[in-house]
Design a protein around this ligand. Structure first.
Ligand SMILES: Cc1cc2nc3c(=O)[nH]c(=O)nc-3n(C[C@H](O)[C@H](O)[C@H](O)COP(=O)(O)O)c2cc1C
Ligand code: SF4
Length: 551
């Protein structure tokens, strides 16, 4: 009994007790002085809140600390903002450090993008990397850096910029964001990847070059049962604005994971763009139905290329099981069908929404995946026929130079271009409450993104980044980014030792895989790879596991 009577005096109930005492005190004082009715109302509301907290069964902390625990929830809620505005320094902050974002904002706005006084990086830290420069530096090239994409089976090759907008769907992005990116792409002569959500009217308004991505949902080219429709595909793929076709096998942030757009978010526009019904969840399966083996994948590439009227056709993936990528390579040799290009996405890539385990721990990081794919194609003498694109946290000229040295022919950026149209990295894309109108379907929130202004920013960000790249490679004594090699980049690997990328990412000799390499990174996976299946070949389990560990 005594215990019960003492309950109100326990520290954890102190706020609640004070609220009740204040309620009665204010009620009494209000009889004398009318102004106390306001205080009474506040205290009474808090008391009722305390009663509610005690009675509810959802949050233990509220039952234990009535009223007071709400402050904890409030602080939790504003924690990201407090960290971003007050605690992060310029080189920290994830996924993109403030410094990385700042340079995008400055370039997009046409502001001064220089820094004073010297580097803030610790150049003796083991993650430090740099590009070696030349005593005989060149004049920066004023030519736009472009690359021709399209192999011998392609009748309409595309001259692409080496820096393009990576795949992001209308649905993940707002209509105004899609418009601004597309208009910016047209102003700058580069391409926007539609993402797997299909070609919307917003992609078409400003006539900027498009890469049409076909995901497992076949949005915009599907039959009512969700299977691929050749007729619907051909009707859109032949539009002149569409320059390339990309089959999405996987995305770095969530490889092997499908997607669901809840029925509530399927607006009439999204339904029309994707060719799906309203009122039901829109499902992206985790695998394709149009093919199930490596050879069938390549046959699908050939079909899309032909249906599109001979446009460059390739696929995008994050490298998973090494033997699966090599199985596709084996299928190329066996069928003679080659994609015009392959885009390698890294696990560090972004997404509108994905489970934490996938975002953090599934799929190969970009540099490892890119090196693996590039070397595999070199080792099979296929590299000269197939272009490689790369995506994964590329926002600066140095980022571009680094992946091009590792073997990429061009780069895509998703979040970099999101910053250019105003994204502030609040990381609430999955809530439909994007504060900048970039990643929301809420029409009122979208209004904050002014297309004409942001399109100019997209254009300037692209232009200034490539200007910076021209200066970077000129400092290395080079005229084009295609001349960058693994020998141009260096990394500190211990306090007193540095290695070139050529040492860190050893190359595979041309034809090495064909000649039967014993390189542990490739030998076991090559043995497991089958052109007729993504499943590994049956190899003696002990041999396979030993060599895979070595790989
Ligand atoms: C909001 C958002 C939506 C995306 N949607 C797609 C998509 O539809 N298809 C796809 O292949 N990748 C998608 N991605 C991944 C990007 O295209 C890109 O591969 C990845 O984010 C790496 O680039 P980044 O680091 O420059 O963002 C999306 C990324 C973001 C941030
Ligand atoms: S501002 Fe926030 S919610 Fe909007 S796109 Fe950027 S990270 Fe996503």
């Amino acid at each position: 009994m005594l215990q019960f009577l003492l309950l109100p005096f326990r520290r954890r109930y102190a706020t609640f007790t004070l609220a009740i005492v204040a309620t009665f005190a204010c009620l009494a004082l209000a009889q004398i002085w009318g102004a106390f009715w306001v205080a009474f109302a506040i205290a009474a509301t808090l008391s009722l809140l305390g009663v509610h907290d005690l009675m509810q069964t959802r949050h233990s902390v509220l039952r234990s600390y009535p009223i007071a625990a709400h402050f904890r929830f409030l602080l939790e809620h504003i924690r990201p903002e407090i960290r971003q505005y007050f605690l992060e320094d310029d080189s920290t902050g994830t996924p993109f450090a403030r410094k990385k974002r700042a340079v995008v904002y400055q370039r997009a706005k046409g502001q001064l993008d220089k820094v004073p006084f010297g580097t803030q990086l610790d150049v003796y830290d083991t993650s430090f990397e740099w590009l070696s420069h030349s005593i005989s530096a060149c004049e920066p090239s004023s030519e736009p850096f472009r690359i021709m994409i399209g192999g011998p089976d392609c009748t309409r090759p595309y001259s692409a910029s080496i820096f393009n907008v990576s795949a992001m769907s209308f649905g993940a992005l707002s209509a105004n964001a899609v418009r601004a990116l597309n208009k910016g792409a047209r102003l700058g002569g580069f391409a926007q990847d539609t993402g797997e959500g299909g070609v919307s009217t917003y992609h078409r308004e400003h006539a900027g070059d498009l890469i049409w991505e076909i995901g497992s949902g076949y949005f915009g080219c599907r039959n009512d049962d969700g299977s691929f429709s050749a007729e619907r595909f051909a009707a859109t793929a032949r539009l002149d604005q569409i320059k390339m076709i990309e089959i999405k096998l996987s995305q770095g942030a969530k490889p092997g994971h499908g997607g669901v757009l809840p029925a509530a978010k399927v607006s009439p526009e999204i339904a029309a763009t994707r060719g799906i019904p309203m009122g039901v969840d829109c499902i992206s399966p985790s695998r394709h139905r149009a093919f199930s083996t490596p050879v069938e994948l390549l046959e699908f590439v050939a079909i899309l290329r032909q249906l599109s009227g001979g446009k460059p056709t390739g696929f995008k993936l994050c490298i998973g099981h090494p033997w699966e990528f090599l199985a596709i390579c084996k299928a190329m040799l066996q069928s003679g069908i080659k994609p015009d290009y392959i885009v390698i996405d890294g696990t560090e890539g972004g997404t509108g929404a994905a489970p934490l385990e996938f975002v953090d721990h599934i799929g190969m990081p970009l540099r490892d995946g890119l090196t693996f794919a590039h070397n595999a194609l070199v080792g099979l003498n296929l590299r000269q026929h197939i272009r490689i694109g790369a995506a994964g946290k590329i926002t600066s000229a140095f980022d571009i130079a680094r992946v091009m040295a590792l073997g990429a022919d061009w780069c895509n950026a998703a979040r970099g271009f999101m910053f250019a149209i105003g994204c502030i990295q609040s990381q609430s894309c999955h809530t439909d409450r994007c504060p900048t109108g970039v990643a929301t379907q809420d029409v009122h929130r979208q209004r904050s993104l002014i297309v004409a202004d942001k399109a100019e920013r997209v254009f300037r960000f692209h232009q200034s980044t490539l200007q910076a790249l021209a200066e970077v490679i000129a400092a290395a004594g080079l005229r084009s980014p295609g001349q960058l090699t693994l020998d141009h980049l260096w990394r500190r690997v211990s306090p007193n030792r540095v290695e070139s990328f050529a040492q860190i990412y050893p190359s595979l000799a041309p034809g090495a895989l064909l000649n039967g390499t014993d390189d542990p990174r490739y030998a076991a996976a090559w043995a497991l790879a089958r052109a007729d299946s993504f499943m590994p070949a049956a190899v003696h389990p002990l041999t396979a596991s030993a060599s895979l560990q070595a790989a």
